[in-house]
Design a protein around this ligand. Structure first.
Ligand code: F6R
Length: 609
């Protein structure tokens, strides 16, 4: 996720562009850049590694004359944060400049072809292929060139483009990534989100997929991929600035919960090639290496640890490799014995968590390879691990991890599938069925999100309780752990996650009518056992909230509330089952008046022991 912004009008562009970027900073902040085109076709481009404070220092004294320009604040997906990889990117002759938000899925292939045709690249980004493609298509009309170029692009994008030979034209286009046009008095804006220009105009047009907008000569024209003009009425925005930054959501956490289908899709996107095969890099591709694996050890903290517990089932069942999952703060001091054919997988949203990082270093000292599953591109862990698998969740601003958790599941599922295939543990047929099911998860996530009202009602019923027990069995046990963690960290209610079968060995003593039990009771291979556990809870008078499969008619009879999730493959149920629990924690915390984005005593990145 990045923020893009473009301006064309009757004022000097530099300050307006920077002000717009500030409003988009929540979308990414590892590098940034601005390019302004002068009336005579001259250009000034400034790019920095670092956040907008760094860019502000650079542009403060800079002369950047011109009334048209584009700007970008980056959240790296391809290529580490650096000045070279910062946008705007350009073509071979510095004639045109592009800013981009999204992921160009076929960029490796496009880049190869462009290199063969003599183009010279100066960054490692996927975006740069867009600049070179437009350069090739340009025959005097920027709008047509952009349209022809996007026909060759696969993936998601919102782009804004300027060209020195047309110094009074701004062109933008989108597919799947957001792009909105702001219409002011003798000035226009294009941006990833409305806040970028909300202080200047409230009149907007939201572009649809595969539309190209061309602004210049006092007019604005929208065309579709076939080149036909599209009529679209401008609308008036009624939100205030704060709501707009959160795209209308009350909090970043809620916005991020709703972003999960998109984050899951993006995480899968760059891991499959055109033929639908998994494309990972380095030694992970080696069949002999995969076959020789003796054991996988997963290390992580908090929510990432829970993702590891879920991944254990996938690696064991699909790839038939034994797995241990360790809390990083314990692992690093345990003197754990690692052997030659072990692989360590470190999972971390931030890539900076001190204990996980220390575990990576401990492992490397033994010579055992480490793969990091990380969200923040260029973070310390990505530099120290032997290989990196990225989740493409975009920046997570809410302290409680939500979309990064489900994205970690997507990334780990791909790796487990990959090992399953290389180790000949999965037949072609089974591999295909799982791949298909995995790709279907984002649509099912949308379905779960559409039942938020039931979750809200349930939250009202139980928001004044002081203790909760979360139960699950098998792969739903880590889901219960994660549900309990979400509730305790943002609502300050005591909550414990427990394997349901273990309840009668102690925690059952806690139960009475004031202790609600949240049971993850998906119709899976342990369903009958879970139902027996729910009966045991009911017999002690505790109310039960079940997370249950959509097609399960009987569970209502024994539970006080039922939160439904669609049926899926058992091992892929966690990214669905966790959503009602995230929402439950969210609504309870809101009812209790808690600050869900910044809960007390917590930090987003824990860089100390
Ligand atoms: C909980 C949460 C934390 C993190 C933990 C690890 O919502 O966010 O438990 O999961 O601090 O952080 P990363 O994944 O950055 O290593």
């Amino acid at each position: 996720m990045c923020g893009i912004f473009g301006y064309i009008g009757n004022k000097e562009a530099k300050e307006i562009l920077f002000e717009g970027l500030r409003r988009l900073e929540y979308r990414g902040y590892d590098s940034a850049g601005i390019c302004v085109i002068g009336e005579d076709g001259s250009f000034t481009r400034l790019r920095v590694r670092g956040n907008l404070d760094v860019l502000e220092n650079h542009i403060a004294g800079a002369q950047m004359p011109g009334k048209i320009g584009i700007a970008h604040t980056r959240w790296a997906t391809h290529g580490a944060p650096s000045e070279q990889n910062a946008h705007p990117h350009t073509d071979c002759h510095e004639n045109l400049f592009v800013v981009h938000n999204g992921i160009i899925e076929n960029f490796s292939q496009l880049k190869e072809e462009l290199l063969e045709r003599g183009h010279e690249f100066s960054s490692e980004t996927d975006t740069e292929v867009v600049a070179h493609l437009i350069e090739e298509k340009y025959e005097g009309d920027l709008s047509i060139a952009v349209r022809e170029a996007i026909k060759e692009i696969e993936g998601s994008f919102a782009i804004a483009v300027v060209q020195r030979k047309e110094p009074s034209t701004l062109v933008a286009a989108r597919r799947e990534s957001p792009l909105v046009v702001g219409i002011g008095k003798d000035e226009w804006f294009v941006a990833s989100a409305v806040p970028a220009f909300l202080s200047r105009t409230k009149e907007v047009i939201f572009l649809e997929d595969d539309e190209v907008v061309c602004i210049g000569g006092d007019s604005l024209k929208i065309t579709n991929l076939e080149g036909f003009e599209v009529e679209r009425q401008a609308q008036e925005i009624t939100w205030d600035l704060d709501a707009a930054e959160k795209s209308g959501y009350e909090d970043f956490m809620l916005k991020e919960i709703y972003e999960q289908p998109r984050a899951f899709t993006d995480t899968l996107a760059d891991k499959f090639n055109r033929e639908g095969d998994i494309s990972l890099e380095g030694f992970l591709l080696d069949k002999d290496y995969a076959k020789s694996l003796r054991r996988i050890v997963i290390v992580a903290c908090g929510t990432s640890y829970h993702a590891g517990l879920i991944a254990r089932y996938l690696f064991e069942q699909w790839a038939k490799v034994p797995v241990e999952v360790e809390i990083a703060s314990e692992f690093r001091y345990r003197g754990a014995v690692l052997c030659e054919r072990d692989l360590v997988i470190a999972i971390s949203q931030s890539g900076e968590t001190a204990d996980t990082l220390a575990s990576v270093r401990e492992t490397k000292a033994t010579g055992v390879p480490v793969i990091a599953v990380v969200n923040v591109v260029g973070s310390q862990m990505t530099r120290e691990a032997d290989g990196v698998i990225y989740t493409h969740a975009g920046p997570e601003i809410g302290v409680a991890a939500t979309k990064t958790f489900t994205s970690q599941m997507a990334a780990l599922a791909v790796l487990a599938l990959h090992f399953g295939k290389l180790r000949d543990a999965l037949s072609e047929g089974k591999y295909g069925v799982i791949t298909e099911a995995l790709r279907g998860i984002p649509d099912l996530m949308e379905e779960v999100l559409s039942s938020d009202e039931q979750v809200k009602e349930c939250a009202h019923r139980f928001s004044d309780c002081d203790d909760f027990l979360f139960l699950g069995r098998g792969i739903s046990f880590p889901v219960a752990l994660e549900g309990a963690l979400k509730l305790k960290e943002i609502s300050y209610i005591h909550a414990e996650g427990y394997p349901a079968g273990e309840m009668k060995h102690g925690p059952i003593a806690l139960l009475d009518k004031n202790v609600p039990v949240v049971a993850v009771a998906i119709r899976d291979s342990l369903y009958e056992k879970m139902i027996s556990n729910i009966e045991e809870v009911k017999a002690r008078g505790a109310p039960v909230v079940a997370v249950a499969s959509a097609g399960d008619p009987d569970i209502e009879k024994i539970c006080d509330r039922v939160l439904r999730v669609p049926e899926s493959m058992e091992l892929l149920s966690p990214p669905l089952a966790i959503i009602p629990l995230q929402l439950l924690a969210y609504h309870i915390a809101k009812i209790r008046g808690c600050n869900v984005d910044q809960p007390r005593n917590l930090a987003k990145t824990v860089t100390v022991e």
